[in-house]
Design a protein around this ligand. Structure first.
Ligand SMILES: NC(=O)c1ccc[n+]([C@@H]2O[C@H](COP(=O)([O-])OP(=O)(O)OC[C@H]3O[C@@H](n4cnc5c(N)ncnc54)[C@H](OP(=O)(O)O)[C@@H]3O)[C@@H](O)[C@H]2O)c1
Length: 258
């Protein structure tokens, strides 16, 4: 298997996208460690759990120092509550940047020696929010934009020993999707906006992470791979089409009246 004999760590690997990545790495043959503040609610057979807050640099350093080796690091822990900019002070927004940008840097630095020795790789979990306006999660979008930039610089500074890439993820169906995308009807409506007609499953992101971590991606570093089902259709096209349709309706009514 692609990752036989390799050790992989997934931050925030206890649920959602991270659990999908952990399962995929395990299926690819890796020994998989996941960390989060709380243990997984759903069992993850074969995956080892470590309690850790990735914002705590000292605890992260101790955890990495205790690892026997590390070949793959997936910086997945992240997220943000929906909050308009004026609904919170700068300190609350800074916490979002801390989790989504600074913590991946903290963990990557702590893991650097292991990854260098193993000639390993880092996969950052980015978001489409980093490359378009992100109203309601502005600090999160800014942090994800920064994460992609950080990955590109890291890929240059740490070459040729460590490859660093970003998965730019679109909407994913997780245990918590209802918080972002609503109930079943909401998810169905949101799915219709995706060219491939559905939200991603965590396993879709997992498959892409395995690819980037595997020898098949040996010449890929500093890259961003979009896992977003085709992206977002520009909304102005629908507005323009609606305009065309109403003009066409007016014309056909006019023709009928002639
Ligand atoms: N879901 C989507 O639609 C979507 C779309 C684009 C990108 N993404 C990205 O995918 C990643 C995972 O998202 P998700 O939707 O799967 O989120 P999620 O369901 O909220 O899971 C987040 C994971 O991170 C852990 N975590 C949170 N804060 C942590 C901390 N300070 N230290 C250690 N672990 C922490 C959580 O466990 P604890 O709470 O127990 O610590 C959990 O395991 C994020 O980077 C997110 O930005 C998600």
């Amino acid at each position: 298997m692609e990752l036989d004999g390799k050790v992989a760590a997934v931050t925030g690997g206890t649920r959602g996208v991270g659990a999908g990545i952990a399962r995929a790495l395990l299926r690819a043959g890796a020994r998989v460690l996941v960390c989060a503040r709380r243990p997984p609610e759903e069992p993850l057979p074969g995956v080892e759990f470590v309690p850790l807050d990735v914002r705590d640099a000292e605890a992260v350093g101790q955890w990495c120092a205790g690892l026997p080796r590390l070949d793959v690091l997936v910086n997945n822990a992240g997220g943000a509550p929906h909050r308009m900019l004026t609904e919170a002070g700068a300190d609350r927004h800074a916490r979002v940047v801390e989790l989504n940008l600074l913590a991946p840097l903290t963990v990557s630095l702590a893991a650097h020696d292991h990854l260098r020795r193993a000639r390993g790789s880092i996969v950052m979990i980015g978001s489409v929010s980093g490359s378009r306006p992100s109203p309601g999660t502005a600090a999160y979008g800014a942090a994800k934009a920064g994460l992609e930039s950080l990955a590109r610089s890291m890929a240059v500074e740490w070459a040729p020993d460590i490859r660093v890439n970003t998965l730019v993820v679109g909407m994913v169906r997780t245990e918590r999707s209802h918080l972002h995308y609503g109930d079943r009807d909401g998810i169905a409506a949101v799915s219709r906006t995706v060219p491939l007609g559905r939200l991603a499953e965590p396993s879709d992101v997992g498959a892409a992470a395995v690819f980037l971590a595997s020898p098949a991606a040996a010449y890929i570093s500093g890259a961003s791979l979009h896992v977003h089902g085709g992206g977002e259709r520009p909304s102005f096209l629908d507005a323009a089409n609606a305009g065309h349709r109403s003009d066409a309706d007016k014309e056909s009514r006019h023709e009928r009246n002639l």
